[in-house]
Ligand binder design. Structure first.
Ligand SMILES: C[S@@+](CC[C@H](N)C(=O)[O-])C[C@H]1O[C@@H](n2cnc3c(N)ncnc32)[C@H](O)[C@@H]1O
Length: 383
């Protein structure tokens, strides 16, 4: 079976969404298939009718070779008087998902939901859905953080609330991942480490801050190069691994959420390094602002992230749950390339180098795996 790609749904996808709406209906065992016309019943049709309205958001999975659609996940807001089966509030969109039968059981639905949830998180306090209590998909929804908030007949109303302020979900995911993070095969982590080492940053004798240090894979190397390294991360599990790995007296670890003011004095560092962390941060502006505040004039900011194009195709940090073995997606946010660059420029940095990195031997037509940006703080900022 060929690989699949995920792209945003457009108004031109409405006919396919009608088809997916039919596939989204759950027929319990022993119940024959529904008649095709059922999707035109007003209570069902309203999930797709006039697709492309304000607030509609969706993603379509397409075959990677011929781009034919194979599945879709979409979300729509309803007013109280037109409430859908999974309605919990006028600001919470209801989510639908379906994959063509021959493309099921390969993670397409999970990837579609991951992309849709990441997008919805930017605009809404929560997402909701309705699922028949006998539908095995309810287990997947639970794994993705949905909770049962009501029952209508034999259907469950499930809601996933976004805790955008604390985002403790991400820290909790990394706490779970910490024990296997270093040994799980992970080309993104390996390649990013090489990209950092190849950049030729001036580190000798300098004070470095590493944000989102994780298990210390790069902290170890930074501590061998620099005078001091302050490594920040908000996952206690990841920090434990890092502290066990990095024995250098030059490295200091602090548990800290980097979306809040960093525990450093103004103009106290020469380099800030962020490796594979910004995909978990919704707003880049405060991060660039803190980096600019912490750096001395002329200091370097180097970041390396999963390339946004990959994210658009449905990739994001994921791991296997250590107890259940189930696939877990770590909450992620999409930042366009322009956002990465322009937020840096706005914070007073100049861009020295932008790198887009494919795997060795990967064809040019494949999206790069990684994006790297090397900024320098313009000297006058801290004088
Ligand atoms: C994919 S891991 C990368 C770890 C390491 N930099 C590497 O390249 O292997 C992302 C790390 O960022 C941390 N992280 C994510 N959001 C954070 C936040 N708001 N504050 C501090 N750390 C954060 C996570 O806990 C995790 O350790």
């Amino acid at each position: 079976m060929s690989p699949y790609l995920i792209r945003p749904a457009t108004t031109a996808d409405e006919p396919f969404l009608w088809e997916m709406l039919y596939h989204a209906l759950y027929a319990p065992e022993g119940h024959g298939p529904f008649p095709k016309e059922i999707t035109r019943e007003p209570d069902i049709a309203k999930y797709v009718l006039g697709w492309g309205k304000e607030g509609d958001r969706g993603f379509v999975a397409v075959d990677g070779l011929d781009f034919t659609p194979v599945g879709a996940a979409w979300a729509r807001l309803f007013a109280p008087e037109g409430a859908g089966y999974g309605y919990v509030g006028a600001e919470t969109p209801e989510l639908s998902v379906a994959v063509l039968p021959e493309h099921r059981n390969r993670g397409v639905g999970t990837d579609l939901l991951g992309r849709l949830i990441a997008e919805a998180r930017r605009h809404h306090p929560a997402v909701s859905l309705s699922v028949s209590s006998g539908n095995p998909a309810a287990r997947l929804y639970r794994r993705l953080g949905f909770e049962i908030v009501g029952r209508r007949g034999d259907s469950l109303v499930m809601e996933k609330r976004f805790d955008n302020r604390q985002n403790s979900e991400v820290a909790a995911s990394y706490d779970l991942w910490a024990a296997t993070y270093d040994v799980d095969p992970n080309q993104t982590r390996e390649r990013a480490a090489v990209v950092l080492r190849q950049r030729g940053l001036k580190l000798a004798g300098r004070d470095v801050i590493e944000v989102g240090c994780g298990t210390g894979l790069n902290t170890q190397w930074l501590a061998e190069q620099a005078a001091t390294v302050l490594a920040l991360d908000f996952s206690a599990g990841m920090l434990r691994q890092a502290q066990a790995r990095v024995q250098s007296p030059r490295a200091r670890f602090v548990r800290h959420d980097i979306r809040s003011a960093w525990p450093v004095a103004d103009a106290s560092a020469d380099a800030v390094i962020a490796m594979l962390v910004l995909e978990h941060i919704e707003r880049l502006e405060p991060i660039y602002a803190e980096a600019a505040r912490a750096l001395r004039g002329g200091g370097d900011l180097f970041l390396c992230e999963l390339h946004p194009t990959r994210q658009m195709l449905g990739r994001q940090a994921e791991f296997r749950h250590p107890e259940t073995g189930e696939r877990e997606l770590v909450a992620a946010f999409l930042h366009d390339l322009s956002e990465y660059v322009n937020e840096g420029l706005r914070a007073g940095f100049e861009l020295l180098h932008l790198g887009e990195w494919r795997d060795a031997g990967a064809p040019r037509a494949t999206p790069p795996r990684l994006l790297s940006l090397h900024f320098r703080l313009t000297a006058q900022i801290n004088v």
